[in-house]
Ligand binder design. Structure first.
Ligand code: HEM
Ligand code: HEM
Length: 231
């Protein structure tokens, strides 16, 4: 990818990097400054819950974003980029699973039921589909690796399904922010408070992140331009 076509699709990549950094800072400020911090073990069970949004956003969604965009932007060989794509998605999967276990731990230690909400159902579905996508990607493109023709046929489906699962993750996080803020407002948080403004703004920035990542992946690039020119 060279010249103006690359410059145009790079705009989405830069927006994705800026929104990822902003979302990461915002969720940390929320959980540490407003909600008292993070802990895996504590008598204050809210601190265990706080691990959940931080890991789901920074560990799962932002890591997943970087892994998906790496083929488009990293200067290294296809082989090196493939390894980075695989490993960073693997890290996202593990951090996502740890983030979900923090939500279960918080519920179990606080005597709250598990899996009662749309957010939790979508969340479990999302992480399961993500794990299936990772395993199928690994078997097809890395080890043992499918035949060239199977790889060629499955690659567009791999990319399509990857973007679909990513959008599901964004939707799940949106429901999570909405649900938590509604709980907090139900227990006395003022609706126009700085904290409520911060949580809503973080959710908005996450939408911008999701949009810019997907746009950076589907933006026209040189290969597409060649096809149009040939017709
Ligand atoms: C893609 C990202 C996310 C996934 C996959 C996810 C997944 C889950 C799952 C599976 C549960 C159920 C735990 C249980 O039943 O014990 C849960 C709970 C919860 N999550 Fe998330 N979550 C994500 C992001 C977020 C974010 C960003 C927030 C924002 C605060 C959030 C807020 C909550 C809340 C309040 C609960 C407890 C209530 C409930 O079970 O619905 N989640 N999450
Ligand atoms: C949940 C995990 C995964 C997701 C969400 C995912 C998603 C994606 C997406 C969206 C693309 C298209 C990228 C682009 O258009 O530039 C892609 C490409 C690709 N992925 Fe994955 N992927 C995952 C795991 C894996 C794994 C484990 C492998 C194993 C090596 C793999 C191998 C590839 C390959 C070879 C490409 C083609 C890159 C190219 O030549 O343009 N993926 N993936």
């Amino acid at each position: 990818m060279k010249g103006p076509a690359r410059a145009k699709s790079m705009v989405f990549f830069y927006v994705a990097q800026m929104t990822a950094a902003a979302a990461a800072v915002m969720v940390l400020v929320w959980c540490i400054n407003f909600r008292g911090g993070l802990a895996f073990e504590s008598t204050n069970k809210s601190l265990i819950f706080n691990v959940h949004p931080v890991l789901m956003l920074i560990g799962f969604i932002i890591m997943g974003s970087e892994a998906m965009m790496c083929y488009r932007v990293l200067p290294w060989s296809k082989k090196a980029n493939k390894l980075i794509h695989l490993v960073v998605h693997g890290i996202a999967l593990v951090l996502g699973a740890v983030g979900i276990s923090a939500a279960f731990k918080f519920h179990n230690e606080s005597g709250i039921n598990n899996l009662y909400s749309l957010h939790s159902w979508l969340g479990l579905g999302t992480i399961s589909l993500f794990a299936i996508q990772w395993i199928l990607g690994f078997i097809t493109f890395f080890y043992p690796g499918a035949s060239m023709s199977v790889r060629a046929t499955s690659l567009p489906w791999h990319a399509l399904f990857g973007v679909f699962v990513y959008l599901l993750a964004i939707a799940t996080a949106e429901l999570g922010f909405l649900e938590k803020l509604t709980f907090l407002e139900g227990s006395g948080l003022y609706r126009y408070s700085p904290e409520a403004f911060l949580v809503n703004s973080t959710a908005l920035v996450v939408i911008l992140l999701g949009a810019s990542v997907v746009l950076s992946l589907i933006a026209p690039h040189v290969e597409n331009t060649k096809i149009y020119n040939a017709e």
